[in-house]
Design a protein around this ligand. Structure first.
Ligand code: G3P
Ligand code: CA
Length: 349
């Protein structure tokens, strides 16, 4: 671990709250209660449970709901502009197939053959003719075709404006998507990402920023180029590179981990959860923050064990001392931490 500002470094800080309570007419006693700080709430792809993901409208709604951070995933255009999309294949979340039918092609991305429409084949002007669609079939489809695909610079400008209007600092939590693939095309993501942060005065250790990636090489490169805190994402299936490195190895170039939530509370195929692992404890022992993903409230995503009660899942993870979490429903997470398992508000970012 290297560079996290003090506000981020308290994994499960306990705050003592002192109150005076009257117990009958002649007695008064001081009660001391302790309350853990709630995890940071990171709006995964914006308020993606409510509006098409990775649109300015979805990020703005997440901020309105109280998100501590908004999370853009980043890919790049033919003319070298970072845009917010979960993958460079565009047809799952835009109308690229309808507007550019002849651009369909097949590529090998991270060892997998993918057919579709790719960000790196479109100029920004072309991207700006596209409109976002809802990815998840059982979520609201009524906003399909309404919203633009934003550039990273536009997301940063929105963050600055909403921070100023709301009177609280909203953080930004960008993820580089397919960085090795793009580096192989001579279109590296790291430099444009850092330039954009620099332009927004956010390329510094104490900025309200985390940069995340599933790729180790990408994060090691970033570690040499920036003081911004870095988060190593860890997927749900075995990753030999990460396993070989261990948490002490990760702590040599990153400040935290973003594990799939099943690595903390495992779940079987029937949606039954098992006993928690010791991942949070071990990561904390190595000095790493722990920000699991992704918390979604719908029954289709929620482990059956919780009987449709999204707050129960959120509170189970919070009780294990996680430092933050990615969620599609910021409002539900904040409500859980204020009503279902009340926790102290984190004084960040
Ligand atoms: O960034 C944390 C989490 O979002 C990683 O998963 O696939 O939604 O980007 P993904
Ligand atoms: Ca992400």
């Amino acid at each position: 671990m290297k560079k996290i500002s003090a506000t981020y470094v308290l994994p499960v800080a306990v705050i003592a709250l002192t109150g005076l309570a009257a117990c009958g007419e002649d007695t008064a006693r001081t009660e001391q209660a302790s309350m853990s700080e709630r995890p940071l709430v990171i709006a995964h792809r914006g308020a993606s449970g409510y509006l098409p993901e990775h649109t300015l409208e979805a990020y703005a709604l997440a901020v309105e709901q109280g998100a501590d951070f908004i999370e853009p995933d980043l890919v790049i255009t033919k003319d070298g502009v970072l845009i917010a999309r979960h993958e460079n294949e565009l047809s799952d979340t835009t109308d690229a197939a309808q507007k550019f039918p002849d651009r369909k092609t097949t590529k090998t991305i991270d060892g997998r053959e993918v057919e579709g429409w790719f960000s790196e084949d479109f100029t920004l002007d072309e991207i700006k003719t596209l409109r976002a669609n809802e990815r998840v079939p059982f979520r609201d489809q009524s906003n399909n075709g309404r919203f633009e695909i934003p550039t990273f610079a536009e997301v940063l400008a929105l963050r600055a404006r909403l921070s100023s209007e709301s009177g609280r600092t909203v953080g930004i939590y960008p993820e580089t998507k397919h960085p090795s693939y793009f580096a192989g095309l001579d279109m590296p993501l790291e430099e444009p990402l850092l330039r954009a942060l620099e332009d927004a005065d956010l390329n510094r250790a104490d900025a309200p920023v985390f940069i995340q990636s599933f790729e180790v090489t990408n994060l090691m490169k970033l570690n040499a180029l920036t003081e911004v805190p870095l988060i190593q994402l860890i997927g749900g299936s075995a990753d030999h590179e990460i396993e070989a490195m261990g948490f002490d190895g990760i702590a040599s170039y990153a400040d935290g981990i973003g594990p799939a939530k099943g690595l903390i509370i495992p779940m079987d195929r029937e949606g039954r959860t098992g006993p928690p692992s010791d991942l949070v404890e071990r990561a904390h022992a190595a000095g790493l923050l722990v920000h699991p993903y992704t918390f979604r409230p719908e029954p289709e995503f929620l482990p059956a064990q919780y009987g449709g009660d999204a707050a129960a899942e959120l509170c189970a993870f919070a009780a294990l001392g996680i430092d933050g979490l990615f969620t599609d429903a910021t409002d539900i997470a904040l409500k859980a931490f204020s009503e279902s398992c009340p926790m102290a508000v984190r004084s960040t970012p």
